[in-house]
Design a protein around this ligand. Structure first.
Ligand code: PLP
Length: 447
């Protein structure tokens, strides 16, 4: 078999535009044949590499690192200032209203679970059943699942109906900004407007949107936004819930403990603090929060360059995939919907898990395979695609992606279609791995 090459690998100028640098740039990865190549990190959607600006800011701060809210010392004051100052950066990054609370969490999952614990008793929740598990599962028992229709127009009318039919009382619509399976953008503003008409609030899961596109609470007219630092190039363990304070202030603290209290008496009677402290019990993750704030400022400043860089790479990736026989790209809506740099696909004749292992072991390319914590969405799209596959491969691009990574991926896929894997593979702990696997670990992992 021969495969015609795609159009020449030239990219429009924007892909060469200056975008913020990341720490994994140029770092080599070993291959099973003994060579080393620059690691092509095509898994930004799972966790993005650390921004240089974030790592530098953390290094600069660490000598001053001390307790937050708890110490009288100079360094404690600095740490508290850094922590509290980060709220303004998140506020600016998300276009929050003045009265919105900024509560720091571990990640998006944590933020959504906090909100789920805080909604008033009897709140009915409406969401599409194709959501990521972090958005799908915290509301079990009080949720209406709307099956995702094939087009955006029907999605709007399905939500309209579901909200109209939901019981009287508080209502919440959970909306995804960008699908973690297909990268497609959801019509957030339109959905939030429908919710508003029904007196419902909207929470935007911006886990996949915020690293790639500006998020504006006011323009979208949503009530809450949740996001993760590690997907926004700030891998130090912080995330955020930003939005209306009233439900959060009326709820029991998410965690009981120090920092969330104003007063505790001998009978263990507690007077709880208001948000944000109410839901931030325990010593806060000031390093993570500082990292998140620096990432927010950096991404906020570079939004245009980020989108241009990613769009050029994404166009090339999708055009290239379309020329490879047996590739089936998954799409929620029609293939033309605007999307961030996430593409999931199957390749006929090779299991996705094996394909991902080959890309890593023989080509130094990191992708993800599976159902991406969105089992309903991925399962449905796989069935609709006609693939005889139970899982897919996901390529997700971002600031660490270079044109050469995309070219390497496309060349690798063509070689796999023509010749298959060049190494042996076995299932180890439920996943495909090269057998044997001679790739050395970095020195810091050696005994
Ligand atoms: N929502 C979406 C759309 C996601 O893609 C993810 C993670 O992949 C999450 C929520 C959960 O994010 P985290 O694992 O950072 O809590």
């Amino acid at each position: 078999m021969t495969i015609a090459p795609v159009r020449p690998a030239t990219y429009p100028a924007p892909v060469r535009a200056a975008v913020p640098g990341v720490r994994c740039a140029g770092v080599p990865a070993p291959l099973v044949d003994g060579r080393r190549v620059e690691y092509a990190n095509l898994d930004h959607g799972a966790s993005a590499p650390c921004l240089d600006a974030v790592a530098d800011a953390v290094d600069e701060f660490l000598p001053y690192y001390a307790s937050v809210h708890r110490g009288a010392g100079y360094f404690s004051q600095i740490s508290t200032k850094v922590y509290e100052g980060a709220r303004a950066s998140l506020r600016a990054f998300t276009g929050a209203r003045e009265r919105d609370a900024v509560v720091f969490t571990r990640n998006t999952t944590d933020a959504l679970n906090l909100l789920a614990e805080s909604v008033p008793r009897g709140t009915s929740v409406v969401l599409f059943d194709t959501e990521h598990h972090a958005a799908l599962l915290p509301w079990r028992g009080r949720v209406t699942h709307v099956p995702t229709p094939r087009d955006v127009h029907s999605a709007l009318s399905e939500v309209d109906t579901a909200l109209a039919e939901s019981p009287e009382g508080p209502r919440l619509l959970v909306v995804c900004g960008a699908s973690n399976v297909t990268g497609e953008l959801w019509p957030v503003a339109e959905l939030a407007a429908i919710a508003r008409r029904h007196g419902a609030r909207t929470v935007l899961d911006a886990a996949q949107l915020a690293p790639h596109r500006p998020v504006d609470i006011r323009a979208l007219d949503v009530d809450y936004v949740v996001l993760s630092g590690h997907k926004c190039y700030a891998p130090y363990g912080a995330g955020a819930l930003i939005g209306r304070a009233d439900w959060l202030n009326a709820a029991q603290p998410y965690l009981a403990g120090g920092g969330a209290t104003k007063l505790v008496n001998e009978q263990l009677g507690v007077s709880w603090a208001k948000v944000p402290e109410r839901h931030e019990a325990g010593s806060p993750n000031v390093v993570g929060v500082h990292a998140l704030a620096v990432a927010a400022k950096t991404l906020g400043r570079s939004a245009e360059a980020v989108a241009e860089h990613e769009n050029a790479l994404l166009d090339r990736l999708r055009a290239g995939l379309a020329t490879i026989p047996g590739v089936r790209e998954l799409s929620l809506f029609d293939g033309a919907r605007e999307r961030v740099g996430v593409v999931s696909f199957t390749l006929d004749g090779i299991e996705s898990g094996l394909l991902a292992a080959v890309l890593s072991a023989e080509h130094g390319i990191g992708v993800r395979d599976g159902k991406f914590c969105a089992h309903i969405a991925t399962g449905r799209l796989l069935a609709e695609s006609g693939a005889e596959a139970e899982t897919a491969v996901r390529v997700s691009i971002g600031l660490g992606t270079r044109a050469e990574h995309i070219e390497r991926l496309l060349a690798a896929l063509r070689a796999i279609v023509l010749y298959g894997p060049s190494w042996d593979y076995a299932i180890v702990d439920g996943k495909y791995a090269p057998s044997p696997d001679p790739r050395p670990l970095p020195a810091f992992l050696e005994e």
